[in-house]
Design a protein around this ligand. Sequence first.
Ligand SMILES: NC(=O)c1ccc[n+]([C@@H]2O[C@H](COP(=O)([O-])OP(=O)(O)OC[C@H]3O[C@@H](n4cnc5c(N)ncnc54)[C@H](O)[C@@H]3O)[C@@H](O)[C@H]2O)c1
Length: 473
Amino acid sequence: MHVTVIGTGYVGTVTGACLSYLGHQVTCVDTDASKIETLQRGQSPIYEPHLETMLALAMERGGIEFSTELAPAVTRSDVIFIAVGTPPQPNGEANLEYLEAAAHRTGAAMDDSRFRVVVNKSTVPVGSGNLVETLVREGIAESRPGEKRNIRFGVASNPEFLREGTAVADSLYPDRIVVGASDSQTLDVLRELYEPLAAQLFDPPPGVPRPPAMKSAPLFTTSLTSAEMIKYAANAFLAMKIGFANEIANICERVGAEATEVMSGIGLDSRIGSKFLNPGVGWGGSCFGKDIQALLHTAREYGYTGKLLQASFDVNCEQRQMVIQKLQEKLRILKGRTIGLLGLAFKPDTDDLRDAPSLYLAARLLQMGARVRAYDPIAMPACRKQQPDLKIRYCESAEELAADADALVLVTEWQEFRALDLPSLARSMTSPVLVDGRNLFQPDAARSAGFDYSGIGRAGTPRAAKKNADSDQ
Ligand SMILES: NC(=O)c1ccc[n+]([C@@H]2O[C@H](COP(=O)([O-])OP(=O)(O)OC[C@H]3O[C@@H](n4cnc5c(N)ncnc54)[C@H](O)[C@@H]3O)[C@@H](O)[C@H]2O)c1
């Protein structure tokens, strides 16, 4: 099928590359000319494992192109995905200006040569499916005022559940594909589009093997409104689960229990499940905070107060502050101290810094008079560019970060940090304080390396810790 993907960010680029891999003919469109030029050169504008390979495979096959021109792409397409940003406004409401512009221009570019489906992949407040339909209609009407044309289209909501860092695998081997639509013709088009994915009719690309037990992916069809709500409910639940683990960890610290053991113990209960239960410095990223706020806003519009949602948000804000408290307990005075942040990205395997706990910590520590350094294997160029006023010193290695520092804080659990030479880092510091914000290290190993170690929810019980494998926190 001929497909247009509007927006070449974290979602749009991966969606375009994967749909092309499944055999569709894809045009990715963005208003940002520099992103399009980067993609035309075969490079990815974001750091995402396996994405450049997928783009190369798609380009080799002639199955993908990139453009700043929306109209010609829409004209030749059967399906148009909207994957533009929906960032939060100060009152929590989602900013729909990009979505509105994309829907309107899509309508303006449509002709009567075929039936088309406009698919909303952006996370949008409940009811936006109807908004897209209205905007497409307005775009159609305004493109040729007064002219009566029979332009046929359907609108669907197809929320995205990919996780940055594993976005290609998540897109090729999804737990489910949710499609919300109100007419059967629209559903039929999307069933056809997703058939290779739903039935897993493709050979796995290099480096992204199919999970052993995976035979198919359920295509779950709903109303437009339910599909929109599924996305919010899923993110709110995951954020709440992490927040719950953090709250229990904080109590564990006080009573002398080991949170990693407690989480393993409850995670073995199949009703609970082991994922998203790792205590840490709190979740971040572009979705959880934004989506909880947007859902709270929608609830308020209907006269409902989402108490559990609000608590999930508040617990997370307080969790970030825990690190500052731990540093104060160890160092007493933070003014003039040098604190090194191990990791900046909101989680490993991405360069995304949106709502990253590292940015909160850096800003707060600077405000308190500390000197802040940071080392991140991937996200430093993005941080320099996006946070020009953040007065932190960027280091080229963990060794440079630790030299003469008063404390290290592990903020992002990058794989390479697991292999750090802890004794040598501890020796190079002025005071070897280590706050492990992801419970990445074995407390015993860190202490015998010479560190004054504290994790999250770790009472100092001398037992092996579980490897921290969750990643959205
Ligand atoms: N990032 C994630 O992990 C993730 C996961 C699931 C869902 N989502 C949702 O998907 C949506 C996109 O997220 P993202 O992280 O990819 O955003 P992003 O900011 O990385 O990318 C959005 C892109 O849209 C482009 N754009 C804006 N207006 C445009 C227009 N009128 N025409 C063409 N391009 C336009 C921007 O230039 C940008 O490149 C959001 O609603 C988000 O909530 C994101």
